[in-house]
Design a protein around this ligand. Structure first.
Ligand SMILES: Nc1ncnc2c1ncn2[C@@H]1O[C@H](COP(=O)(O)OP(=O)(O)OP(=O)(O)O)[C@@H](O)[C@H]1O
Ligand SMILES: [Mg+2]
Length: 447
């Protein structure tokens, strides 16, 4: 007996241990009675009601005698299995799980508190995994097969899903589910040690004073979470347009317009890119534009927006350090088909970007602000960042925890002045020792 068959059998007996027979058997019976494709036009709720009815009939006709409770439990499990995500459902219901990674039917990993661990859950077979994948992508009217082996989707509850199958994946069908990131405030992030309070206050002042801020970091370093937290400092009366590939931001302000890009449909048509949305947003009279992540040519449009009165804009970019982030912006902006000399883009970045906040994910799973830098270069000069904050990590301690210290640097006078002119206070930790008096007198702000 092959591994696959054995797994199938295990799965059946596990599922069949309850009274009422095996869930897989009844699901199979259900699928011979009804074609799920015929229900494609119905809402999830309507599909569920329809299927519950059919399973009820089948059980009455063919099933053993069950109590009402056993019967409704069985109906629910069969319909879950037919419609829902089967073995993934309990993981999705577990709040401590932040990421679910399925590497083929036999390998399921989850991330909890920043650490990745392999768990016992397995799929009965590759076929069952592929059926689950079909259900996920059908919800966004996509299809996964050899001709389209790579798909991004979203669960109705908001989770972001990426699917990649053979032949592109040599490790079987792969599903990566990112839980909807839990919104954190800057104060909560500071309490977790992701940044120090003084830096939190400074960043809040910078956002309110309409500095353009770029949040940088590696995959899963907490960029979106940080962007969400920082965006809370945009005043409530402003008209804010958010632009994302898959909507994750959860702004609390009243006047927020959320835009989400759209991948091409099965025929390859109808794509609306982040770039299209950035351009469109300029015609929507935004006070601020928030771009979830810049990955390509839209970077140029975003820089132009920042330079043409839409200051106070925020975005994230994938980068390895604060320095790297400015060069990434340069590379991304030059991907535009508009051929602009390199130095002109450099000029745009120097003029547009005020602050880079770099985040790191440490060996112990914690995420931290590892660097804050001000773009100090002007015009067509080579990029130069002025440090504001640096986290110096120490080696892992005996408990496998990363500790370290935040080092703060005084702000250059003209930046301090700009913050004060906007009516914001500067945390003393960022004032030069000689000027560490109440900020308005120290820096001679005139009302
Ligand atoms: N400061 C933090 N402390 C602890 N957990 C965090 C922190 N920031 C983010 N997380 C968690 O880390 C995971 C990844 O966060 P997030 O989606 O914000 O990262 P990202 O850098 O935007 O990822 P991606 O590169 O995939 O877009 C989420 O589960 C989130 O809740
Ligand atoms: Mg993100």
């Amino acid at each position: 007996m092959g591994l696959r068959d054995r797994l199938d059998d295990d799965h059946l007996s596990e599922q069949g241990s309850d009274r009422g027979g095996s869930v897989s058997h009844w699901r199979q019976r259900l699928l011979t009675e009804i074609n799920l494709d015929d229900l494609a036009m119905l809402s999830m709720q309507q599909r569920r009601i329809r299927l519950e009815k059919v399973v009820g009939h089948i059980l009455s006709r063919e099933g053993p005698v069950l109590s009402d409770r056993e019967r409704s439990a069985m109906i629910r499990r069969v319909v879950d299995e037919a419609l829902g995500l089967g073995v993934l459902e309990p993981l999705l219901a577990d709040d401590s799980v932040t990421e679910i990674m399925v590497n083929g039917p036999d390998n399921v990993y989850v991330e909890r508190r920043g650490r990745v661990e392999r768990i016992d859950t397995t799929f009965a077979s590759e076929t069952q995994l592929l059926q689950t994948i079909d259900r996920i992508v059908a919800q966004v009217n996509r299809r996964v097969d050899e001709s389209s082996p790579m798909v991004d989707a979203r669960l109705p509850s908001g989770e972001r899903v990426n699917v990649i199958i053979p032949p592109l994946s040599l490790s079987g069908p792969i599903v990566t589910i990112r839980r909807f990131p839990k919104p954190f405030t800057i104060a909560q992030l500071a309490a977790k040690g992701s940044l120090d309070e003084a830096t939190g206050s400074l960043l809040a002042a910078l956002v309110r004073a309409r500095f353009n801020v770029i949040i940088a970091g590696g995959t899963g370093s907490g960029k979106t979470t940080f962007l969400n937290a920082l965006s809370a400092f945009a005043p409530n009366h402003e008209r804010i347009v958010t632009i994302e590939d898959s909507a994750e931001l959860q702004l609390q302000q009243e006047h927020v317009i959320r835009l989400e890009s759209r991948p091409p449909n099965m025929e390859g048509a109808g794509q609306v890119s982040i770039r299209d949305l950035v351009r469109n947003s300029l015609r929507m009279r935004p006070d601020r534009i928030i771009v979830g992540e810049v990955r390509g040519a839209e970077t140029l449009d975003m820089l132009q927006a920042m330079n043409t009165g839409h200051d106070g804009s925020l975005a994230t970019v994938h980068a390895n350090s604060a320095d790297d982030a400015v060069y990434r912006l340069l590379t991304l902006a030059s991907m535009s088909e508009v051929k602009i000399p390199f130095e002109a883009i450099q000029d745009q970045i120097n003029a547009a970007v005020d602050v880079i906040v770099h985040l790191s994910r440490h060996a112990d799973g914690s995420r931290r602000v590892s660097e804050v830098g001000l773009v100090a270069s002007k015009r067509r000069e080579e990029f130069r960042l002025e440090p504001v904050l640096r986290f110096e990590a120490q080696p892992l301690d005996a408990h496998g925890v990363v500790n370290g210290e935040f080092h703060r640097f005084p702000l250059p006078p003209h930046i301090a002045q700009r913050i004060i002119n906007a009516g914001e206070a500067i945390p003393p930790a960022f004032l030069a020792p000689s000027t560490a008096r109440p900020s308005h007198t120290a820096l001679g702000a005139t009302p």
